[in-house]
Write a protein that binds this ligand. Structure first.
Ligand code: DQA
Length: 155
């Protein structure tokens, strides 16, 4: 099979409800709109963007496992939703990606919100965390991954 750089975009519970779910907190864009934007950005840069959402922890873990030996994978963008704050199992699964940068994204600024949202099991294995920039967070994360893979280096 032909080599094609791939970015895996994972979204956890309730993120399928974007657009109608607490729009004052999460904005008006639907997940389908965000994914379409990411796919089109990927296409322009010849990067395949695979978007996966599940309300089930185990399905997210299975998806991560399915990429464990994928040499095409250049990065993972993950918004695990509430599982961010609770799931050691997702953290353990992500540890599979030793060389692959992981960017944690949250639409809302979790640090401005209730205390129970301040802790993330993912942050200390992520290359970066972007939160509070609404859907732009996903776009910036993808832009970074594409640039890094194409030799962009910060001075
Ligand atoms: C979220 C923040 C989480 O605390 C929450 O449970 C979500 C969405 C965000 O994108 O801001 O489902 O990850």
């Amino acid at each position: 099979m032909k080599f094609q750089q791939t970015v895996l975009v994972l979204n956890g519970p309730n993120l399928n409800k974007l657009g109608t779910r607490e729009p004052d907190v999460y904005g008006n864009s639907t997940l389908a709109e965000i994914n379409a934007e990411l796919a089109s950005m990927g296409e322009k840069n010849k990067v395949h963007v695979e978007c996966f959402q599940s309300n089930h922890e185990g399905e997210i873990i299975d998806k991560i496992h399915s990429y464990s030996d994928n040499a095409d994978l250049i990065g993972v963008i993950i918004n695990a939703g509430a599982l961010t704050h609770t799931s050691i199992a997702i953290k353990d699964a992500l540890l599979i990606f030793k060389e692959v940068p992981i960017i944690e994204v949250h639409l809302s600024n979790i640090y401005k919100r209730e205390k129970e949202r301040h802790f993330s099991y993912i942050s200390n294995l992520a290359t970066a965390v972007i939160c509070g920039l609404n859907f732009h967070g996903y776009i910036y994360a993808l832009q970074y991954l594409i640039q890094v893979e194409n030799g962009f280096k910060e001075s």
